[in-house]
Design a protein around this ligand. Sequence first.
Ligand SMILES: *[C@@H]1O[C@H](CO)[C@@H](O)[C@H](O)[C@H]1NC(C)=O
Ligand SMILES: *[C@@H]1O[C@H](CO)[C@@H](O)[C@H](O)[C@H]1NC(C)=O
Ligand SMILES: *[C@@H]1O[C@H](CO)[C@@H](O)[C@H](O)[C@H]1NC(C)=O
Length: 180
Amino acid sequence: MKLNTLTTLLASTALTQAQYFTLMSIRSASPIHYGQITASGQRLYINRNTASYCPEQVGDACPAGNTTTFAGGSDSLSMGVIVPGGQQVYIDPVCGAVGYTQAHSAAMPQGAIVGGWNVSLGDPYGYLSRDRGLVACPAADGEGGYQVFGQVEGLVLSEECLRFTAFGINATGPGAWQYT
Ligand SMILES: *[C@@H]1O[C@H](CO)[C@@H](O)[C@H](O)[C@H]1NC(C)=O
Ligand SMILES: *[C@@H]1O[C@H](CO)[C@@H](O)[C@H](O)[C@H]1NC(C)=O
Ligand SMILES: *[C@@H]1O[C@H](CO)[C@@H](O)[C@H](O)[C@H]1NC(C)=O
């Protein structure tokens, strides 16, 4: 009886434990093939350094913060962070940019799209897909590289943009306390 209770408890803990993963962009014969999808300035990029923050009080308990992980992915998608309240991924309904909320805030642009994600993790890797697909466009901020966009209705993206497939690769835990 006691053992059963413990087993049930452990099983349900395992079920509710978040599975974290990193994302890789796949588009053969392109600059974004095998690119790492990273968080910076509330937006997602490919192969840009991850921008994160660790509060001084937390110190050594923070993850390294130099990799970008995600969690969830059945309909909604979150950043793989520890900060209470988490950080939700959304798509800007006007420009299509994939963004994420600031820590301690649920604020998003009006009409932000949060659903439509589907992760299926596997061995050796899985996939993250989204309604209408994902696209990378040359970053417009002069910092180089590519920025990640989601196709939204009525949006016409530049011809330099590339559709890509996203591989999901299991991670062992959150990549940062919070992404900035
Ligand atoms: C992240 O930082 C850790 C610790 O400083 C280091 O061991 C690791 O190689 C870094 N990873 C990346 C992807 O830069
Ligand atoms: C999610 O993706 C997997 C394969 O990548 C597919 O089998 C499954 O049907 C998808 N689920 C939804 C809800 O679209
Ligand atoms: C990744 O995790 C999923 C379950 O979340 C599992 O089915 C898959 O085998 C794992 N992949 C690897 C390479 O361990």
